[in-house]
Design a protein around this ligand. Structure first.
Ligand SMILES: [Fe+2]
Length: 400
């Protein structure tokens, strides 16, 4: 197959390749020499303290739709698992039912967080054969799982911390998610005037790893999964007066899947990555960037639903250097300033972005919203302003 195709989820969400090119910077590439071809994201699986309520939050605040469910009523005694979608983005929210559930152990250790960044692949066996030859830890060997809707083939490999990548071939499956799940809708009614969805696709998932391990994990994604380097940010790019981090980005051949990897850097005070590593008890997924074609509307609805964002100081918008650098964007700067939306421009175009506060109780996982207009970057020009905003919050928590 060529990887210039849409995944099932993208097709069902009525997205086109053209739209994906704009939304997430999709590129064409030749998959025939890729040792580990990846079609795209399959699902982001969360372990949380209360899946019933967290799934409601993703519906009522993030505008996602409940589509499937697994739990005691469907024969799954261990956990409740809610499947939510927005465009091509699929979240699976899991909470432990039985006190001995593995989900409860994971949650006690890490708090609300991401356990599995599942990827859709055309050939699970080929990927696992390659991963095993590169000394990856295979947690689940390739196997079929079947129900009345068909068969999926799946396998799982380990990545940083306790995070996993499940690889799924769902080309022979037509159910609502996976065998064991039933279709389920919610009686929740969206507020009048709310758009059909606030975001359409997943742009990138950032991993925080231990001091000195970033290059090892970059090498892991290159060697085991055939990813390529996209960008790197070191030293002055992302250092403030107090704290610092280093970041490198790896991407799948078609750039649907992008993984920035951060490690703390030595600085005068504790970096945001150190804070994450302490409170998550080790490496894990730090933020998910949700691609939207209308960040203003998305932010307005999220904020009206009570989602809190990092504050951007007015000085950011009044900085003549910034104004000169960003040039013309699709909306007046005042509209961005009102909402605290950041702008960055590079040789390919520009992007608009904003970051939420951590969404759980621990200062760990948060979201980014990103609206791309040609730029394939990650907002490098905003790192300093952004990190200073994060440090103000860190200081308020007593963790700087
Ligand atoms: Fe990001």
């Amino acid at each position: 197959m060529t990887l210039e195709q849409l995944t099932d989820t993208e097709r069902l969400a009525h997205l086109s390749l053209e739209q994906l090119h704009q939304l997430v910077g999709l590129v064409e590439y030749d998959a025939s020499h890729d040792p580990f071809p990846v079609t795209g994201w399959d699902a982001v699986v969360w372990a949380v303290g209360n899946a019933t309520q967290t799934s409601h939050f993703f519906m009522s605040a993030f505008g996602m739709d409940l589509v499937a469910y697994s739990g005691p009523e469907t024969g799954n005694r261990d956990r409740k698992s809610y499947v939510l979608e927005s465009g091509a983005v699929r979240f699976v929210i899991e909470g432990g039912v039985h006190p001995d559930s593995e989900v409860i152990r994971h949650h006690a250790q890490h708090g609300d967080g991401i356990v599995d960044i599942a990827l859709e692949v055309p050939d699970v066996d080929r990927c696992i054969a390659h991963a095993a030859s590169q000394a990856a830890t295979v947690l689940e060997e390739p196997h079929d799982v079947t129900d009345e809707h068909g068969t999926v083939r799946r396998a799982t490999i380990a990545t940083y911390g306790e995070t996993r990548h499940t690889l799924i071939d769902r080309s022979r499956y037509h159910g609502p998610y996976l065998p064991g799940y039933v279709e389920r809708r919610s009686s929740y009614v969206r507020p009048a005037g709310a758009p059909r969805r606030l975001f359409q696709a997943l742009d990138h998932v950032v991993g925080n790893v231990e001091l000195g391990r970033m290059d090892d994990w970059v090498a892991f994604y290159r060697r085991v999964m055939g990813f390529t380097n996209m960008a790197e940010f070191i030293g002055d790019d992302i250092a403030t007066d107090y704290s610092a981090l280093m970041s490198k980005v790896v991407a799948s051949g078609n750039h649907r899947v992008k993984f920035p990897l951060n490690e703390p850097a030595i600085a005068r005070k504790r970096s945001q990555i150190d804070e994450y590593l302490e409170f998550y008890r080790g490496p894990g997924a730090q933020h998910l960037a949700l691609a939207t074609n209308d960040i203003l509307t998305a932010v307005d609805h999220l904020r009206a639903a009570g989602v809190e964002f990092l504050n951007t100081p007015d000085s950011y918008y009044e900085d003549p250097e910034l104004r000169a650098r960003i040039g013309n964007v699709r909306v007046p700067i005042d509209e961005l300033q009102k909402r605290g939306i950041l702008v960055d421009r590079d040789e390919d175009g520009y992007l608009l972005q904003i970051f939420t506060q951590p969404i759980g109780d621990r200062p760990t996982v948060f979201f980014e919203l990103i609206e791309r207009h040609g730029s394939l970057g990650f907002g490098k020009g905003n790192f300093k302003a952004l990190f200073e905003a994060i440090e103000r919050e860190q200081d308020r928590r007593g963790n700087l």
